[in-house]
Design a protein around this ligand. Structure first.
Ligand SMILES: *[C@@H]1O[C@H](CO)[C@@H](O)[C@H](O)[C@H]1NC(C)=O
Ligand SMILES: *[C@@H]1O[C@H](CO)[C@@H](O)[C@H](O)[C@H]1NC(C)=O
Length: 523
């Protein structure tokens, strides 16, 4: 690099740092005092509500706790903290208590065989899903005023599979309009607040889900991810989330998909407080035809994997990686170097600096028309909608208006982007092979204040790269920064090697502690 390009880079970093500080200052002043979600009222409730889904399942099976008690506890927890979080669209569902009571009754009578337990690994465990994923009989608004009382008649395939695994649906959670933004705010429900600092963004689009999981309002949850929609909220709210390999989960019923679409960047996946929940959830969710390919049951020898990291995506539009975030990567590298006795090598991946453009292009190739979705079937005129917004007469959030305007801006150059994507993809595939794992920053900084992304939104390219490349990626919480906000890392592998990401996520949880409650723990 020449001298002048170094100078330019330094200037750019300075502009980013100054604008970041300025936004934090102004929005912090506007949004008032720092408040966190309150903790459960007793030590017993705290211990019950903060368990992992696999631990809940085991204790229900062994009749150490009753499914009824845990469903009731989560429903009460939602009732007591949703005013702070504003995360729920529909629920808590009273019939969940009846389902739990029936499970407890059958458990007491020993009516379940070992085979039943094997088929229903989450028997009696409460779960939730984002509103855009259909649940029979429940609201299915996609955050649109025009759909405020629309209910779904069927379950999305992933919801059906979760129910079949014995899990009990207790609520649906907030999303940005038609899932297409990195905050979870709309004109129907409003904005969802971050449990660690109610003034801050939960991310999007599975933001209601991440807030509920982090604040111990549900056992675990379902997200979907087309540009980071599982991982952004999981990062902002300090929980785990896994975006599976493309095609691994049937998308039928998620944002009106049929499940027959080919070559889509979107995938449904698990979100949880513990890394140990992700693999059994994946076993429930994956396409039967992919069981042999994904080999989720196969043991992973962490000492024999090859580990790589990337220090920055090099995108001029992104904030520079801050010191506390850099420190996370350093700690992880040191840990895996100690574990394997080999270097965690820096990876040079071409074209990550145009991730924003690549993702924007590939979004136009999706088998979905986001403008029609937003109009609930009617074509919206971006200029009319912008004008209405300015007059305060719009049914849409500013983020949705951005999306509409973006659709009439010049398109990306097709040939250039396709070539750039192919080169990037080949380089990662060659590098990682069948035993490589890549550590990639989640974001250059921790959860921003509400509205910050309306001004600086490009940081999400750290997530969307792996939608562009169709690679599995696990979001792992890595403790809190000096402001008490969740830090994190993404763990990435080649297609269908999800089990490597999940095994590494479990190792990171064992070593660094995983989810940290957003409230002070009662002793
Ligand atoms: C996904 O599930 C739907 C509904 O059950 C089904 O119609 C569709 O064929 C499935 N897709 C695939 C690829 O199996
Ligand atoms: C390296 O690993 C050993 C055990 O294998 C452990 O005792 C030691 O504390 C580790 N060092 C670091 C820096 O993590």
């Amino acid at each position: 690099m020449s001298f002048w390009s170094h100078v330019l880079d330094a200037l750019l970093a300075l502009v980013h740092i100054l604008s970041d500080r300025l936004l934090e200052f102004i929005l912090g002043w506007y949004l008032g005092d720092h408040k966190r979600v309150p903790g459960p009222p007793s030590v017993e409730q705290q211990s019950l509500l903060s368990k992992s889904a696999v631990d809940l399942a085991q204790q229900i099976r062994e009749r150490k706790i009753r499914s009824y008690d845990i469903v009731k506890a989560y429903c009460e927890r939602i009732d007591s903290v949703n005013r702070d979080l504003n995360a729920v669209v529909d629920g808590p569902f009273p019939e969940a208590l009846d389902q739990a009571r029936e499970i407890d009754r059958r458990l007491a009578k020993k009516e379940y065989t070992d085979e039943d337990f094997r088929r229903q690994p989450f028997l009696g465990v409460p779960f939730s899903t984002k509103d855009s994923t259909a649940v029979a009989g429940k609201l299915h608004t996609l955050g649109l005023l025009s759909r405020k009382s629309e209910r779904s008649s069927t379950d999305a395939e992933c919801v059906r599979l979760m129910k079949e695994s014995g899990a009990i649906i207790i609520a649906t959670s907030n999303v940005p309009e038609v899932n297409k933004w990195i905050e979870s705010r709309n004109m129907l429900i409003g904005g969802t607040n971050n449990p660690y600092d109610l003034r801050r963004s939960v991310g999007g689009s599975s933001g209601g889900e991440a807030a509920l999981i982090a604040a111990c309002c549900t056992g675990f949850g379902l997200g979907t991810d087309i540009g980071g929609s599982i991982r952004i909220p999981a990062f902002n709210c300090g929980v785990f989330g896994h975006k599976p390999s493309s095609g691994a989960v049937n998308m039928s019923g998620c944002t009106f998909r049929t499940g027959k679409e080919k070559d889509t960047m979107v995938c449904a996946g698990p979100m949880s407080r513990s890394a140990r929940d992700l693999l059994p959830m994946m076993q429930v969710l994956i396409e039967p035809s992919l069981k042999a390919k994904l080999k989720l049951d196969e043991q992973v020898d962490l000492k024999r994997l090859r580990y790589f990291y990337v220090a920055s995506n090099g995108m001029a539009q992104c904030n520079p990686i801050n010191k506390e975030t850099e420190r996370v990567m350093y700690k992880i590298r040191k840990h895996f170097e100690n574990l394997t006795g080999k270097d965690v090598r820096h990876a040079d991946i071409p074209n990550t600096k145009i991730t924003g453009k690549m993702w924007r292009y590939w979004m136009t190739q999706e088998p979905a028309n986001f403008n029609l979705l937003l109009g609930n079937g009617a074509e919206l005129n971006p200029f009319v909608e912008l004008f209405k917004k300015i007059l305060g007469q719009s049914d849409y959030s500013m983020a949705a208006i951005y999306g509409l305007i973006d659709s009439v801006l010049p398109k990306e150059k097709e040939k250039l982007i396709r070539e750039a994507t192919a080169k990037c993809k080949k380089s990662v595939q060659d590098l990682l092979g069948d035993d490589g794992v890549l550590f990639f920053h989640s974001s250059p900084r921790t959860a921003p204040f509400h509205f910050y992304p309306l001004i600086k939104f490009n940081d999400f390219a750290y997530f969307s790269l792996f939608n562009v490349l169709h690679l599995p990626a696990t979001q792992v919480p890595m403790g809190l920064d000096s402001k008490g906000l969740p830090l994190g890392i993404q763990v990435v592998s080649n297609p269908n090697n999800d089990r490597l990401c999940l095994a590494v996520a479990e190792e990171l949880e064992r070593t660094f502690g995983g989810w940290v409650p957003p409230f002070p723990l009662k002793q």
